[in-house]
Design a protein around this ligand. Structure first.
Ligand SMILES: Cc1ncc(COP(=O)(O)O)c(C=O)c1O
Length: 491
């Protein structure tokens, strides 16, 4: 089990009170992210505190990531605000392959995703308002008008050539030469993952995965009658290298399925050197790597993390991604890329869907070549980063003491570990009754783990409704702990 650490202490000192006062000004919107904070002298005068108390308070706020000192501007509110919560520790799955039997939670979450009455913390998709839908509509309408019935036929099995060329061009930005002929367009990343797994594994084989991992991957693995070996995973740097080494040297692993960056649900990203070590290890042991880079474009840092495939000197990677998290979940356009495995991938693609619909592919190719995608990405990245930070701040204030939370540097999901007394599966049903949806932790594992964890998604601009919903969730978790205390006779 992950170990819980205490979340924060109640303010007792004068400087802590002062820090609490400034935090409250940020929370109630008086001070805005990026905006100036009163100088030490001003705050000291306003709150009748000495200069050294004010300095002490501001240092505390700096340590918590609430404010930062800027040359010539004094102190400003950090974009997004405080991150005072500790992160969960390395996960500890059981260490042996297991059959997968994830419940029908995915269908349930998708069903709730479209329900406007629910606060949407459950499904990891960006809100319609963020998706530049109007622009895409125009490209779609234009493609239909200009090309007419030309698109109402089968496309080549690999999909629209112009779209594949656009994808190749984007790969060049992280230094990878990925020829369009090594790319096949798929029905979302889900089909790409399924094709990749069917290409390298047979029923009964074992696939090594991160733990916790995206339940859709588990669902695909289950549908193909494969087993999983869940690997201990660090919330920041991904799977534990020595555990992976032991697993693949044992000879029972048929393929390894990892996220390139900002894994769902932990948000972890391997540093480049670790990615290279994983690639060398897997190539040595002749275990192919399937990578899922669906969140790669949603990075908050200066540069996009480089996917495994671009670092792979062994041609041992099958790359999977899609446009679902950034621009068009409804277009169902993803892609799978590989040199060595392309023929077999394509055979599987032909057997599953023959080819994809041409018109959305053409519209997306036009949109990408217009240059609109980059400005769109810049906008959504800013929104996701801000929303995640707001979410962490709200959890800090409204969730029970002992709650731990991930601090991803990209994507738009958070992994929250609650005190052991909370069953998030029970909470899930209570929360739905109160109009809030989230994903309970146990569905991210095939081995009955993470029953006190949850994944929260925030694919939209932060607003009062999200905050109220999240607070409600925190209150329900608090009540569950009190109830459990009563049941155990602690009170
Ligand atoms: C890690 C990961 N891979 C794949 C998918 C599915 O992608 P798509 O909608 O493109 O099939 C998701 C969706 O949540 C995801 O989080």
């Amino acid at each position: 089990m992950m170990k819980a650490r205490s979340m924060r202490a109640d303010p007792v000192h004068r400087y802590e009170e002062l820090a609490g006062y400034v935090t409250a000004l940020i929370d109630n919107g008086t001070l805005r992210p990026g905006g100036r904070v009163p100088s030490l002298r001003e705050i000291g005068r306003q709150r009748r505190a000495s200069l050294s108390t004010a300095l002490h308070a501001y240092r505390l706020l700096e340590d918590r990531g609430v404010i930062e000192a800027r040359p010539r501007s004094g102190y400003v509110v950090t974009k997004g605000g405080p991150i005072a919560l500790a992160a969960p520790e390395l996960s500890a799955p059981p260490g042996k392959p297991v059959n997968v039997a994830v419940s029908s939670i995915m269908a349930k979450l998708l069903e709730h995703a479209g329900d406007p009455r629910l606060v949407p913390l459950g499904c990891a998709i960006p809100s319609a308002a963020l998706l530049a839908a109007g622009k895409l509509d125009r490209f779609l309408a234009r493609a239909a008008r200009v090309k007419g019935s030309e698109y109402n036929t089968y496309t080549v099995p690999k999909g629209d050539l112009r779209l594949r060329q656009e994808i190749s061009r984007r790969a060049l930005r992280w230094g990878q030469v990925l020829p369009p002929e090594d790319i096949a367009i798929t029905c979302g990343c889900t089909e790409a993952l399924a094709l990749a797994l069917r290409t390298v594994a047979r029923a009964g084989d074992t696939i090594a995965v991160e733990s916790p991992t995206y339940f859709g991957m588990l669902q695909v693995i289950e549908a193909l009658d494969l087993k999983v070996l869940e690997l201990p995973t660090d919330v920041r740097t991904g799977v534990d290298l020595s555990a992976l080494g032991r697993a693949v040297r044992g000879g029972a692993i048929k393929a390894c399925l990892l996220s390139s960056s900002f894994n769902n649900p932990l948000g972890c990203t391997m540093p480049e050197e670790k990615k290279i070590a994983v690639l060398d290890l897997l190539a040595q042991q002749k275990v192919p790597l399937i990578e899922d880079d669906i969140y790669g474009d949603i990075y908050f840092g200066k540069e996009r993390p480089v996917p495994f495939t671009a670092l792979d000197r062994h041609d041992n990677t099958i790359y999977c991604s899609s446009f679902s998290k950034t621009i068009a979940p409804g277009y169902r356009i993803g892609w799978v890329a590989s040199g060595r495995h392309m023929q077999r991938l394509l055979g599987n693609k032909l057997a599953s869907t023959l080819c994809g619909p041409g018109l959305p592919q053409a519209a997306l190719a036009d949109f990408l070549s217009s240059g609109g995608y980059d400005s769109h990405l810049r906008r959504v990245r800013g929104t996701f980063e801000d929303s995640l930070h707001q979410m962490i701040r709200t959890i800090d204030r409204a969730f029970p003491k002992g709650t731990l939370v991930s601090q991803p540097a990209g994507g738009f999901v958070l992994w929250v570990e609650l005190p052991a007394a909370v069953s998030t599966r029970a909470l899930f049903h209570q929360a739905l009754e109160q109009g809030v949806c989230f994903a309970p932790g146990d569905v991210f594992s095939a081995s009955d783990r993470y029953g006190n964890c949850m994944r929260l998604s925030c694919g939209q601009s932060w607003d009062e409704r999200m905050e109220t919903g999240l607070r409600r969730l925190g209150a329900l978790a608090g009540e569950a702990i009190v109830r459990k205390g009563h049941d155990n006779g602690d009170v």
